[in-house]
Structures are given as structure tokens and as C-alpha cells.
Design a protein around this ligand. Structure first.
Ligand SMILES: [Zn+2]
Length: 252
């Protein structure tokens, strides 16, 4: 049984969509992840989680959407970014295309935190159109487990947490001999409770926030398994949910 949309023929897609109203879309970014990780880290991890979940649940998975909201990483070479508006509209049109074949339940696997605001807006809009979109992110999904494996300084962007996921999933793309640890700089105006319009380059020279040298494939495999288990639970719940329980309530 095929579970990747792009590997199906159109009659196979017809067969799937005539029986199922649910699909999975991985999204991410193409942005710097320190001197040792691939630029694709965020979309590659999302893709791996999404495809493994599709395999275990029989829910179709689309190709990963690789470019996201990464303007703040642009000083680092190779970062390819689009505006929140463009990103939101692109993902929205993909969802609407799925809806053309009867899909009304969509799970977006988001690998990049910077995409979240745009995706949350999109999900609210599509619910008004009769399409229920949930957004899944691996780091909060393993929110209880991660602090038992990593210290807070290992959990930052491109740190040991993300690097461990890469080592488990794409070991040939990680150069651990180039991994560095870098203490995040504090901006001169920084105080508690303020949000500043800063870029990654304001905080770090290497692109790593904190510690990355302590990463291991073993730690990554533990997280991956925990994350996929959590996502499988969600996909099954959504698959079995009644549409009327997913749509916005009418006036009370
Ligand atoms: Zn990342």
C-alpha cells in the first residue's frame, strides 16, 4: 500500500481519496543550522516524522514544502526565505487542492517554529471553509521527554537537540567535527518581557544557540520514536473524529 502521494498514480489517488478525507503535509524551512548541520534540517526532520507516521497509519503524506518564514536567518548563506503571507497562501492553496478531492482533515507537520503564526492563522481561516487543519511540532510533542535528555543550553536552535535528530535520521549530512558550542549574546536593550526585532546574527556568530557538540544519534532515535508515537495517536484521533465535532460552533 502506497502512502506517499507523489508515488501514487491518479487512479490510486482516486481510490485513496474516495475512501479517506484526511492527509498529512510536512512543512519546514531552508535555513542555517550552524556550521555542522544541513540547511534543510527543519524540513528534513518534518518530512521524516510525517512519512513514518503515514506509513504506520495508512494516511497519505504529501511532499514536504521546504521554504518557510526564515527572514531572520538571512545573514547566513544559503538561507532561502519567503514572507509569512506567501508561505501562508502557498500552504493554503495546497490544502484547497486537497479539498477538491474531498479532504477535510489535514495534519501539518511543522519543522520550523518561525512558520507557526502563519500556520495558525491559516488553520483558523480554513476551518471557516469546512477544512480542519491541525499543526504538529515535534519539540512540544516531546516536551516532557526533551528536558530529561538535554539541558536548556542544548535545546536551542541548531543545538544538541536538533543535531541529535539529524544524526539519527540523516547522519551522512552532519559534520560533527565542525560542531561548536556558542553562548548566546544578550542585546544591549534586552530585559525581561520585551520582544525585539532582532536577527539570528545579533545573537550568534556560528548560528548555534548554546551547545551542539554533545549530540548523539542514540538520543535522536529516542526522540524520533516518542514524537512519531505521539503523532500517530493524533492522526488516528483526527481520522476517527466526526466532522461536526471539528467545525466551528454556531451562535449559542
Ligand atoms: Zn531548526
Amino acid at each position: 500500500m502506497k502512502f506517499l502521494l507523489h508515488e501514487m498514480s491518479w487512479p490510486e489517488a482516486k481510490e485513496y481519496f474516495s475512501k479517506n478525507e484526511i492527509a498529512i503535509i510536512p512543512v519546514g524551512s531552508n535555513e542555517q543550522h550552524g556550521p555542522h548541520n544541513p540547511l534543510g534540517t527543519d524540513h528534513l526532520i518534518a518530512k521524516a516524522i510525517a512519512e513514518e507516521t503515514a506509513k504506520r497509519t495508512g494516511v497519505v503524506c504529501l511532499q514536504v514544502i521546504p521554504f518557510g518564514v526564515s527572514h531572520h536567518h538571512r545573514q547566513f548563506w544559503g538561507t532561502i526565505y519567503v514572507s509569512p503571507k506567501t508561505f501562508k497562501n502557498y500552504v493554503k492553496e495546497v490544502c484547497l487542492a486537497l479539498n477538491n478531492y474531498g479532504v477535510r482533515k489535514i495534519v501539518i507537520i511543522n519543522g520550523h517554529g518561525g512558520n507557526l503564526n502563519a500556520l495558525a492563522e491559516l488553520a483558523r481561516e480554513l476551518r471557516e471553509n469546512g477544512i480542519f487543519v491541525s499543526i504538529f511540532q515535534w519539540w512540544p510533542a516531546a516536551g516532557k521527554l526533551l528536558p530529561t535528555i538535554f539541558t536548556s543550553e542544548e535545546r536551542g536552535h541548531a543545538g544538541s537537540e536538533e543535531t541529535s535528530m539529524n544524526l539519527a535520521l540523516y547522519p551522512h549530512l552532519v559534520c560533527m567535527d565542525k560542531a561548536v558550542d556558542e553562548k548566546v549574546r544578550r542585546h544591549v536593550t534586552e530585559t525581561e518581557g520585551t520582544t525585539l526585532p532582532l536577527d539570528t546574527a545579533d545573537y550568534t556568530g556560528s548560528g548555534v544557540f548554546g551547545k551542539s557538540t554533545t549530540a548523539s544519534a542514540e538520543k535522536g532515535r529516542i526522540i524520533f520514536e516518542a514524537v512519531v508515537n505521539e503523532l500517530v495517536k493524533h492522526v488516528v484521533l483526527l481520522k476517527n473524529a466526526r466532522i461536526e465535532d471539528l467545525m466551528a460552533k454556531s451562535k449559542v
